[in-house]
Design a protein around this ligand. Structure first.
Ligand SMILES: *[C@@H]1O[C@H](CO)[C@@H](O)[C@H](O)[C@H]1NC(C)=O
Ligand SMILES: *[C@@H]1O[C@H](CO)[C@@H](O)[C@H](O)[C@H]1NC(C)=O
Ligand SMILES: *[C@@H]1O[C@H](CO)[C@@H](O)[C@H](O)[C@H]1NC(C)=O
Ligand SMILES: *[C@@H]1O[C@H](CO)[C@@H](O)[C@H](O)[C@H]1NC(C)=O
Ligand SMILES: [Cu+2]
Length: 385
């Protein structure tokens, strides 16, 4: 820990006027806040005298701002919740899945299921999910009149009691609470190498303002008592289930954050993305990506269809925030990608910057390189706060 903190101090000292201080007693949330500030300073600095930026209409000054769910006002939370329900209540638009995707939210689920083996543990994992969250945000705004931007689930708070998180507290301004109690024997992650004991839920989410019927999946659920359907696009209408799992949320900690952003795992895009995704050679490590999914539990543990849980979008926005901050702080690496094109097949053809990210009809496809700069204006123009 001390080694990382020394590295953090050194990193934070670059490009700054006053010497920034880091309190070693601070937690992951505070460290993330410091990284966030340094990322913003680096972006402002990079913008000065950059012709490309001046030509683009997007700048730090006019970029959209994605915020912590907890920091949204009540009206802003309710507006987001209303727009999510609106997508779930709107007719689907993608005809190719017409037998199972019953609403507009399902269109996103179906696309994620279709693309699963080419967007996870691949060189486009970060860019594809960034694209996907952007398309979701765009649909909320353009199709359901949402006025804000995609909020994120700040993992580093409430890790010891997710039920108190404003995302999961079951109140009228949450995305629903824990699932109802469902007796089961826990969940297995990391290719059956990590055991998570059962939490207090596992059943249907019955609290909170959303009333969702989910239609696709589960395909690869990792919770005991949750059975997969027989085929990828089977119609399986049911409730959304959760099992808030603190044994997973506690992995979202300062040691891992420091490793990712200033430690050994921060030096190259390959190390960073593998550490973030839990794609080390040792399967018994979930990374922040997998840990967030197992923290939601139940439907959230399903690699293919976890997107059914509306917390998926806030989880992936937070992942994108860590990626965004890392990019700003590692300018030599921020435009690079690394990895293959087929899930868990590192010897598959390498991902290339001009590979198209396939929106499958949700929008026009975009090359990976267009998604690497959140201020590039092609199409992205946002920062995190
Ligand atoms: C994804 O959709 C395409 C086009 O509809 C289809 O050809 C392909 O088989 C689907 N992939 C999977 C894994 O279902
Ligand atoms: C949980 O484990 C116990 C003991 O191994 C077993 O008796 C029980 O059937 C299991 N329950 C489920 C739902 O698998
Ligand atoms: C929830 O949705 C179902 C199916 O769409 C509907 O029948 C039910 O009335 C809704 N419940 C509430 C409380 O809105
Ligand atoms: C930091 O990341 C590297 C690269 O993935 C890994 O080998 C190492 O075990 C990590 N260190 C800690 C303390 O997690
Ligand atoms: Cu995914």
């Amino acid at each position: 820990m001390r080694v990382y903190l020394a590295a953090l101090v050194a990193l934070l000292a670059t490009r700054t006027t006053g010497a920034p201080t880091v309190d070693e007693s601070k937690d992951a949330d505070t460290i993330m806040g410091q990284l966030q500030s340094k990322a913003m300073e680096a972006l402002v600095e990079a913008e000065k005298g950059t012709p490309r930026r001046q030509a683009s209409r997007c700048s730090v000054g006019n970029a959209h701002i994605r915020r912590d769910w907890e920091k949204l006002g009540t009206d802003e939370k309710l507006d987001y919740i209303r727009a999510v329900q609106c997508l779930a209540d709107s007719p689907p638009k993608l005809p190719q899945y017409g037998w199972a995707n019953k609403n507009r939210y399902d269109d996103f689920v179906a696309v994620h299921i279709n693309k699963t083996t080419s967007i996870h543990s691949t060189g486009n994992f970060l860019s594809y999910h960034r694209f996907f969250v952007y398309l979701w945000e765009k649909a909320l705004r353009e199709e359901c009149g949402y006025n804000g931007y995609q909020p994120y689930w700040n993992w580093f708070k409430y890790t010891d009691d997710l039920g108190k998180s404003p995302v999961f507290d079951g109140s009228s301004t949450s995305l629903g609470g824990d699932g109802d109690y469902f007796p089961h024997n826990g969940s297995m992650g990391g290719g059956n190498t990590i055991y998570f004991p059962p939490g207090k839920g596992g059943g249907c989410v019955t609290s909170g303002p959303l009333n969702l019927t989910i239609n696709l999946g589960p395909i690869t659920p990792r919770m005991d008592g949750l059975s997969p359907v027989g085929s990828l696009f089977e119609w399986n209408p049911r409730c959304l289930r959760r099992d808030l799992t603190m044994a997973a949320s506690r992995n979202l900690n300062a040691v891992n954050l420091l490793n990712l952003t200033v430690g050994d795992a921060s030096h190259t895009i390959q190390l960073f993305q593998n550490e973030l995704q839990g794609a080390r050679t040792d399967p018994a490590f979930l990374g922040m990506h997998g840990s967030g999914h197992f923290a939601m539990g139940a439907d959230g543990t399903d690699l293919y269809a976890s997107i059914n849980d509306p917390a998926f979008w806030l989880h992936h926005a937070m992942l994108d925030r860590v990626y965004w901050a890392w990019q700003a702080l590692h300018p030599a690496e921020k435009g690079k990608i690394a990895g293959g094109t087929v899930m868990r097949e590192p010897n598959s053809p390498s991902a290339e910057l001009n590979d198209l990210l396939d929106a499958m009809g949700l929008d026009t496809n975009k090359p990976i390189e267009d998604l690497l700069d959140t201020l590039g204006g092609t199409p992205l123009c946002y920062i995190y706060e």
